[in-house]
Design a protein around this ligand. Structure first.
Ligand code: HEM
Ligand code: HEM
Length: 163
């Protein structure tokens, strides 16, 4: 895997676009949860603007994630800070790949549940969203610890592009 000195402008832009889209999915999920309850109760479901928002924004997250994966595999990512403990390097690496996996598995499970009415897919979607939330908390905590305690200036990587 390539080890450039930093992320490109496109990688950085797509990282922050993902942050906004994922935040909106969490903030605005109520309408989708209610629509799903109606499906389970056998009631008629209206494809309201907020339900459409959840479906289309979820699909957009999947598309953006595939583009990011392409960039990750072609351009690569900068190596972890040198002084970082080897166990933390492995953890960060695993967390980053877990993000890609979750950001694809979530829209897929959601779509399987919504378009086919498959209950276990909805249950998987709920578990996956909890895992994503936990990973985000860990990731943000790690970024803050790096920035303010380890003082590695890690945030600069997601602000200043190279190449
Ligand atoms: C929805 C929320 C977020 C997701 C899904 C996410 C996802 C990711 C992923 C997948 C990477 C690895 C990129 C790669 O190397 O391939 C990454 C890196 C990074 N993220 Fe996030 N992120 C999120 C929120 C944040 C927030 C809120 C911050 C700042 C507080 C942040 C700061 C960083 C930094 C500094 C890196 C570079 C780390 C490094 O190169 O070692 N992220 N993020
Ligand atoms: C990364 C993208 C996505 C995120 C972060 C996300 C997040 C969420 C969240 C937070 C909930 C509320 C769960 C709860 O009530 O506790 C939810 C529910 C739901 N979402 Fe998504 N979603 C995504 C993509 C999609 C897509 C693309 C579809 C459909 C095409 C979808 C269909 C559903 C359905 C049917 C529910 C209700 C069933 C359930 O609670 O599991 N989601 N989603």
């Amino acid at each position: 895997m390539a080890h450039p000195t930093g992320y490109t402008r496109a990688q950085i832009a797509l990282h922050w676009i993902t942050v906004v889209l994922v935040a909106l999915q969490f903030i605005l999920h109520d309408a989708m949860s209610e629509a799903w309850d109606a499906v389970e109760d056998g009631l008629e479901v209206v494809f309201s603007p907020l339900v459409a928002q959840h479906v289309f924004m979820g699909a957009l997250i999947a598309i953006v994630t595939f583009i990011r994966l392409g960039l990750r595999l072609t351009h690569g990512a900068p190596p972890p800070p040198e002084r970082e403990h080897p166990a933390l390097k492995i953890l960060a690496h695993a967390a980053h790949w877990a993000f890609y996996g979750l950001l694809i598995a979530l829209p897929v499970s959601g779509a399987v549940a919504w378009f086919n009415g498959i209950e276990p897919a909805a249950e998987a979607h709920e578990v996956l969203k909890t895992l994503l939330l936990a990973l985000i908390v860990l990731h943000v905590a790690a970024a803050l610890v790096h920035q303010f305690i380890f003082k590695t200036n890690l945030m600069a990587r997601m602000k200043r592009p190279v190449g």
